[in-house]
Design a protein. Structure first.
Lengths: 506, 648
């Protein structure tokens, strides 16, 4: 649209500087992580310096992301900022990176959320350096998956996320963090094994020995193999999504991980599952995915409904946030199963919106839990008297979570429902019911936390601090901006979704 | 008079956009005021309140000009203007899928937007004085501005998507208004209930939009109005759409059994309640039906649904109103019955009359709530049995309340007489005995319910209560009196008709194909007679405080409790939702998670990793990790690149 046309653009040629931007977005966090290891952290000043370095690294990546976004124009139908370097030529793999309208918004989301997460970790005292190292390593893994156009590379980056995430949960979480961390690791490794299996079957069944994503699609292999591969990919991604019944690792991790970790987990890590389904299942194995879409739809609506019903019974505020994210990812799955352009557009937008919303929810939930001294929603009440600003931002986040008009996820949900309806009628009805139940849960939660009778509290509790306020305000700005002007993302998303769908089927 | 002068003005060429632009201004002014208040003046109560009032005044002027242009230039093109494109793209089929936000100014939008902006302005002037000693004044004015913005957005919507968007905003604004006194448990519970019922309606609208788009590939109201009858969709399909749109409207406009939130909305501060009931979320459901009338008009079963649901709501509402012991709840139930009457009117094809009723009903209802606010503040009770004898002490409020009661009851020549008369005329024209009976009965009982309120508040003796001095009661004055007087004048004159063409309020808003309603003398006579009779009966009975006969006691109790609907809702919540969610929680922890827990717990049980993890330092681990990556990576490149490279 006009807004995008006004933006100065650079055409990405293979040798010029912009091409290296994508590599920079992946490797700068890793270099920062290594650099961070050499910082001494004996005194408070030194720790502060290390923290500033981590913030600087994340901010630099964000700056790259914004720069890329400004120069991003996806009109050729292929990938922008494409970079191909020879790597493992013998096995048919190459260092092939590129972004399109589907991955670019998510990449931008990732770089925003990592800055927020690093900022939100300010009060960490012990092992702060190691913590930031892990966080930056994780960013390399996440950005790498979004940018990879080669299955081997995709898998390596995917695998790179497991260990840092495991350590982050296991070392910096709540009382039951170890159980949650082991559960995450076990499930994630099992899912990665399926992913690797799918990639290897594909590699050996294909007529050409290559790992290139766009070369290997479902027409390259026999139909039965394509269906099998599609199933394997789907389950691997659905575990990450998290789809019912593989979601409990996610809820546990949300409940136990520290706020910044939970923010990354719910905000961007689970989006990789949705991204994988759209990029691989839908983009490359569309016919095969169509054959299994009946089962996918069932899983999608069970995910939406189950998360809503489980949220009804949930008393732990942080776990509740997990169910909210799960419900949205169920809608993304529904959109993918419908394979309708409007719905896929909505799904990509919803993933970005939900990433921002989940981040705000997680931060506010952590702030509330810290002040109330309990995670139990029923034990709270009357908190608005203590934290007026906290109440404002939590209500905003809750409204954003239920797809409230004018906030980011509204248009995403709307487009998913309208787009998915023609091909998945009953499922769409059920999903709409799930949205309604979730809306009720969120509004009752607002009531229980903030209003009504106040339990006895020693003295006055602190309202949101400057840093919390800054993070919340920044996320809210993005949420409102996307809710009012989704066109700033939608045009490029739409173009890429159309070309992705036509490539997969043609 | 002004309208007549405008109609006589020369009809030169008029840019098609000028009413549209005025409508845009009217819509954006409250939003701008809200942003100014939030950004700059949030700490100053006085400045914030005055900014709200001044911007709303400007919006009211804009909407008045829109009305004037619509009256004076009946032939100007009524095209929706688009200002913001959310999304444009291929839907996969041939059609292009667009989501846009624009403004449509036509007579229907003009009429309601004028009522919204003016009542919002008056309510804010009232609140300047009324809320002076309350907490959260800035928040209150901010919410009023937000509600005004949302309602104006509903009125100017060009398509279903936009309507859905603003319906959501109306839901939120209602929630915030009812929950203004958030320390009160009842207020918060009522607010949550309003939100959930409203959200149910919004989601029904979302489903309706999905279905309509699926069938017609179109969401624009004007473009759609030609499609419904085109035979593209079967009668059943149209009926399903009509049901969904009706649910959305019913949740907002309190049609039985989605009416519960409206009664709870009495928990809002008086000015906010006045806005909700006269020009807020309570009327935007009726407006939605009027806007989507082509759909109902194309589906006879849809019209029948409106007539039946509306009639039922009207009768039940007025019966409940008669037995309420709480002043604001009693007024709220009369709103419910009026809304039912409007929906019934739409159902029997009295399109213009229904919209006219929407307009004439707004003024007395706002006045009733504002007067109730003053009365409750002075008496410090909301219970009708504890009131009485105020005619001596609050003469001014009493006179205005009398006007509001007369106007709401339909006593000639006050406002709703004219609209009820045209609704009944249409029913007579149709010859439907049921509709005639319902309209007459609702007029009679509605007059009784309103006069009952007046009689219980103003006649008799003030009940003695502890720590209450009747001598300290003060009548309304200053800004409060001014706003109430303006509303009283509007209640007097808003029903007047008789000019030709568009200056006749009934001919102003028309729907193609629906004949203009004519007033029958019979209808006028029946309405006038039943309203006056109802008023007299009620005055005789209630001014003398005739006790309820023993035989009617159970009826009274049932009615007072709203037919136990509330209890049924609660039972459903406790009996269905709670067990389901508990069962889900059990399955979640025991079955779904059980296997995984086994993994986590068994590793934990092993003990060793736990102790190790509890004490380990991450740094050496990380250095090892990086070293491993480097070694493995080098090996991989050297070996794989070298060895396999040769074979491949």
């Amino acid at each position: 649209m006009t807004l995008l046309e006004a933006i100065p653009t650079t055409t990405a040629t293979p040798i010029t500087l912009p091409t290296l931007l994508l590599s920079a977005m992946i490797w700068v966090p890793a270099l920062g992580a290594i650099g961070l290891l050499f910082f001494p952290t004996r005194t408070e000043v030194q720790r502060e310096r290390a923290r500033s370095f981590a913030i600087g690294t994340a901010a630099l990546v964000l700056a790259f992301g914004v720069f890329m976004w400004y120069g991003f124009r996806d009109q050729s139908g292929t990938f922008a900022y494409e970079e191909t370097r020879s790597w493992l030529r013998g096995v048919g793999s190459s260092y092939h990176l590129g972004v399109d309208g589907v991955s670019m918004p998510l990449l931008l989301l990732s770089s925003i959320l990592f800055v927020v997460a690093v900022l939100a970790s300010s009060r960490l005292r012990e092992q702060a350096k190691e913590y930031f190292t892990l966080l930056l390593l994780l960013e390399t893994g996440v950005n790498g998956v979004f940018a990879s156009l080669d299955y081997l590379l995709f898998f390596l980056f995917w695998q790179l996320q497991a260990v840092p995430m495991f350590l982050l949960i296991a070392r910096f979480g709540g009382p039951r963090r170890l159980s949650a961390a082991w559960k995450f690791l076990a499930v994630d490794l099992a899912a990665s094994a399926l992913l690797l299996l799918a990639i290897l079957i594909l590699y050996f069944k294909a007529p050409v020995r290559t790992f290139d994503i766009s070369t290997l699609h479902d027409l390259a292999v026999p139909a039965a193999t394509a269906t099998l591969i599609s199933w394997l990919f789907f389950i691997a991604f659905a575990v990450r999504l998290p789809a019912f019944p593989f979601h409990t690792w996610f809820i546990d991790a949300q409940g136990e991980a520290s706020a910044p970790t939970a923010l990354i987990l719910g905000g961007i890590l689970v989006k990789l599952g949705g991204y994988g389904i759209i990029r691989v299942n839908l983009g490359e194995f569309q016919d095969a995915f169509h054959r299994i879409s009946g089962a996918v739809v069932v899983i999608a609506i069970v995910t939406v409904l189950w998360s809503a019903i489980a949220a009804l019974a949930q008393d732990d505020l942080r776990r509740l946030v997990g169910y909210v994210v799960m419900s949205h990812m169920g809608l993304v799955l529904l959109a993918a199963a419908s394979a309708a352009p409007v719905a896929i557009n909505g799904a990509v937008l919803l993933m970005v919106a939900d990433g921002l919303t989940a981040a705000l929810l997680v931060l506010m939930a952590a702030a509330i839990v810290e002040r109330a001294g309990t995670t139990s929603i029923r034990a709270m009440g009357g908190m608005a008297a203590h934290m007026g600003r906290g109440a404002l931002f939590w209500i905003l986040a809750a409204l954003a979570a239920i797809g409230f008009p004018g906030l980011a996820s509204f248009i995403g949900q709307f487009m998913i429902v309208v787009g998915a309806y023609p091909s998945q009628r009953i499922a769409t009805w059920v999903a709409v019911l799930g949205i309604l139940v979730l809306a009720g849960v969120m509004i009752l939660t607002v009531q229980r936390i903030f209003f009504g009778a106040t339990p006895e509290r020693p003295g006055r509790l602190r309202d949101l601090g400057t840093l919390e306020l800054f993070n919340a305000a920044a996320l809210t700005t993005f949420i409102v901006l996307l809710g009012v002007l989704p066109a700033i993302l939608m045009d490029s998303i739409n173009f890429s979704v159309l070309s992705l769908l036509s490539r997969g089927s043609g | 008079m002004t309208l007549a002068l405008l109609a006589a003005a020369p009809k030169g060429p008029l840019d098609t956009w000028s009413p549209t632009l005025l409508a845009l201004f009217a819509l954006l002014l409250p939003l701008i005021a809200l942003l100014i208040v939030l950004a700059f003046t949030i700490d100053s109560r006085r400045v914030s309140a005055w900014i709200a009032v001044i911007f709303t005044l400007a919006a009211a002027v804009c909407t008045f000009l829109v009305v004037a242009i619509e009256v004076a230039h009946p032939l100007h093109l009524e095209r929706p203007a688009t200002f913001l494109q959310f999304f444009t793209g291929q839907s996969g089929g041939a059609a292009e899928f667009t989501l846009q936000w624009g403004v449509l100014s036509d007579p229907l939008a003009a009429e309601l937007s004028f009522a919204v902006a003016l009542i919002s302005l008056l309510v804010q002037i009232y609140a300047l004085a009324f809320m002076r000693r309350e907490d959260g004044v800035v928040r209150f004015f901010g919410v009023l501005l937000f509600a005004t913005f949302a309602m104006l957005g509903v009125t100017f919507s060009t398509n279903y998507f936009e309507m859905l968007l603003f319906f959501g905003l109306v839901t939120l604004s209602t929630y915030l208004m009812i929950g203004h006194w958030w320390q009160r448990e009842e207020a918060v519970a009522a607010a949550s209930r309003a939100f959930i019922i409203s959200a149910l309606g919004d989601i029904a609208l979302l489903a309706a939009v999905a279905y309509i788009y699926f069938r017609f590939n179109e969401l624009n109201f004007q473009a759609l109005s030609g499609h419904y009858t085109g035979g593209r969709v079967s009668a059943n399909g149209l009926f399903i759409m009509a049901i969904l749109v009706f649910i959305a409207a019913a949740a907002k406009s309190a049609q039985f059994p989605l009416h519960l939130w409206l009664v709870g909305s009495a928990q809002a501060p008086a000015p906010a309640a006045a806005l909700i009931h006269s020009a807020g979320s309570a009327v935007c459901g009726v407006y939605l039906i009027a806007r989507a009338y082509g759909l109902f008009y194309a589906s006879p079963r849809g019209l029948a649904l409106l007539a039946i649901a509306g009639g039922l709501t009207a009768v039940l509402g007025v019966l409940w109103a008669l037995f309420q012991e709480n002043l604001k709840r009693a007024i709220a139930y009369t709103t419910m019955s009026e809304l039912g009457l409007m929906v019934l009117a739409l159902g029997i094809g009295a399109y213009g009359a229904s919209v006219f009723e929407l307009f004439t009903h707004a003024w007395p209802k706002a006045l009733l709530f504002l007067a109730a606010g003053v009365i409750i503040r002075e008496l410090r009770t909301e219970r009708l049995p504890e009131m009485g004898g105020l005619w001596q002490r609050m003469r001014f409020t009493g006179v205005l309340m009398l006007i509001a009661v007369a106007a709401g009851a339909g006593i000639p020549p006050f406002s709703t007489f004219w609209s009820k008369d045209t609704i009944l005329s249409k029913a007579l024209e149709l010859g439907s005995p049921l509709a005639i009976a319902v309209i007459t009965a609702v007029t009679f009982l509605g007059a009784m319910a309103l006069v009952r309120i007046f009689a219980l508040v103003f006649t008799g003796e003030t009940a003695r209560r502890r720590r209450f001095e009747p001598d300290r009661i003060r009548d309304a004055g200053g800004r409060i009196a001014f706003t109430m007087a303006v509303l009283a004048i509007a209640s007097l004159i808003s029903g007047i008709r008789g000019f030709r063409g568009r200056t006749d309020p009934i001919a102003f808003v028309t729907f193609p194909g629906v004949s203009l309603p004519n007033s029958h003398f019979v209808a006028a006579g029946v309405i006038a007679a039943s309203a006056v009779l109802g008023a007299v009966v009620a005055f005789v009975v209630y001014a003398r405080r005739v006790p309820v006969p023993a035989a009617l006691q159970p009826v009274r109790q049932a009615m007072g409790e709203g037919f136990f609907i509330d209890r049924a809702y609660r039972l459903a919540a406790v009996g269905i939702v709670l067990p389901v969610s508990r069962a889900a929680a059990w399955v979640e922890t025991r079955v779904v998670d059980g296997g995984l827990d086994l993994v986590g717990d068994s590793i934990e049980f092993a003990g060793q990793p736990r102790r190790w993890l509890g004490e380990f330092r991450i740094r050496p681990l990380l250095i090892g990790f990086f070293a491993g990556v480097v070694v493995l990576g080098t090996l991989a490149i050297v070996l794989a690149g070298g060895i396999i490279g040769k074979t491949g």
